[in-house]
Design a protein around this ligand. Structure first.
Ligand SMILES: NC(=O)c1ccc[n+]([C@@H]2O[C@H](COP(=O)([O-])OP(=O)(O)OC[C@H]3O[C@@H](n4cnc5c(N)ncnc54)[C@H](O)[C@@H]3O)[C@@H](O)[C@H]2O)c1
Length: 245
């Protein structure tokens, strides 16, 4: 029996990178997965791929910054699978812009997706989990939630916010059987990282390579599953040693 046998998992940013690798691992461990993404083409293709392997998968197109669309994710999940046990709150965006050139609109957009969107998904997940008796939420932050870096003020501020949102929600629902933890990845080889930056980012990492999305998925599986049943309000930082420097 898999670690997630019979569980239903909603994964935002599920069409690509860390979200897609986690969906693959969750399916291998027996979960039914709801893939949420803005990118309909990639999401539908991935849904078809998983279904082709006899997995139970559903793609729901949604923008995590729009309240009604977030509510709809959980409506569609309930219609298809009747419940939700796990939410991997992972969709995000990132851009590098020197602060003196950063338009307020770009700041707002980044914080809107990377922090407000995480709140909207977590709130809806909590509403469902309170009704069903509990669950596990994993928010994707970043190692740049712990430490700063030049040119990413909005992203780093939002990711720092995700770490403390995680602690606050964990404390608020600790007696309600809802655990809330976060993942803080280092530089991971996914489409969010421009091809031309990969070599430099690998050289900035003590292990001298980028992480793989599959390596993030294993940490997410630990936090999502009962293997971490006494862990809440905390973070797994999986960064090849970056924040140890
Ligand atoms: N790759 C890295 O180096 C790295 C490092 C630290 C943190 N992270 C975080 O990991 C998470 C996943 O990123 P990834 O590396 O897999 O990148 P990715 O670009 O491969 O995946 C992100 C997915 O989120 C989706 N998305 C973006 N905005 C959305 C919105 N408003 N509503 C719904 N979906 C939306 C995108 O369409 C995309 O499919 C992000 O939160 C990112 O900040 C990534």
């Amino acid at each position: 029996m898999g670690k997630l046998s019979g569980k239903v998992a909603v994964i935002t940013g599920g069409a690509s990178g860390i979200g897609a690798a986690t969906a693959r691992l969750f399916v291998e461990e027996g979960a039914k997965v709801v893939l949420v993404d803005l990118n309909e083409e990639k999401g539908k293709a991935f849904e078809a791929e998983l279904k082709g392997k006899q997995a139970e998968a559903l793609f729901v197109k949604a923008n995590i910054t729009i309240e009604e669309e977030v509510k709809n994710i959980f409506k569609e999940t309930a219609n298809a699978f009747a419940k939700v046990d796990i939410v991997f709150n992972n969709a995000g965006i990132g851009r590098v812009t020197p602060t003196e050139e950063l338009p307020y609109e770009e700041w707002r957009n980044t914080v809107n997706v990377d922090l407000d969107g995480v709140f909207l998904v977590a709130r809806e997940a909590i509403r469902e989990m309170l009704k069903s008796g509990g669950g596990s939420i994993v928010n994707t932050a970043s190692m740049y939630g712990w430490v700063g870096s030049p040119g990413s003020a909005a992203y780093n501020a939002a990711k720092g916010g995700v770490l403390n949102l995680t602690r606050s929600l964990a404390l608020e629902y600790a007696t309600k059987n809802i655990r809330v933890n976060s993942l803080a990845p280092g530089f991971i080889d996914t489409p969010i990282i421009p091809e031309e930056s990969k070599k430099t980012l690998a050289s900035m990492t003590p292990m001298q390579r980028l992480g793989k999305a599959e390596e993030m998925a294993k940490a997410v599986l630990f936090m999502a599953s009962d293997d971490s049943s006494f862990m809440t309000g905390n973070t797994l930082t999986v960064d090849g040693g970056y924040t140890a420097q």
